[in-house]
Design a protein around this ligand. Sequence first.
Ligand code: SF4
Length: 235
Amino acid sequence: MLIQGLQRLTLLDFPGKIACTVFLGGCNFRCPFCHNSELFTGKPEKLMEDDAFFAFLSKRKGLLDGVCVSGGEPTLYKDLPGFLAKIKELGFAVKLDTNGSRPEVIKALVANKLVDYIAMDVKNSPAMYAQTVGLEQVDLAAIEESLRFLIDGNVDYELRTTLVSQLHSDASIQDMGQWLGSLVTEKKPNKLFLQSFVDRDTVLFAGLSAPETEVTVGFAKILEPFVQEVTIRNT
Ligand code: SF4
């Protein structure tokens, strides 16, 4: 695996778990607000060998409960199932962060009991999706398939949207909510986190900003009819 980062401890990223986060390089999206742009720009550099990562995990048995596997986009890796299986064999729960573009991978990981929790990005309304992920076109059918699988399935999950003033508006959030609410008949998504964009040196595009708090609160109200629980993070 192209391990490009390791956060040795997180109390926030995996609900109910004391965890570490491993970052895998490479992504098929180019979200202009991405914090991890160094993971897919320039020459990919492997910062840690798999053996060193598993040696680290072995020493954390009994101290950590879980491992967040983040990116980049982890589902692009063919050897992800084997990587997750080794984490599970060591006794850790697995959380997967994904952009939802590879529903077949997500389904196979769940079917094989290789993930315990999935956090999937919902970037924006269908009409704004491609622009929000920095592409000319995006396979919305694949995103919808992943969303339906999570909303209608049995694996624990959360949806999350990073809010950027230049990309999100009342109209796009309204459309996103209606879209989310329409994907599975009579079943709303369980929880959606709204998180504000935070500027950093590693962001792909300069000049982006987060909405004001009252705008974010307004977005949450717009989304409430379509999602069981809408929570604002880090505003
Ligand atoms: S924000 Fe996520 S999906 Fe978007 S480019 Fe970055 S790693 Fe990929």
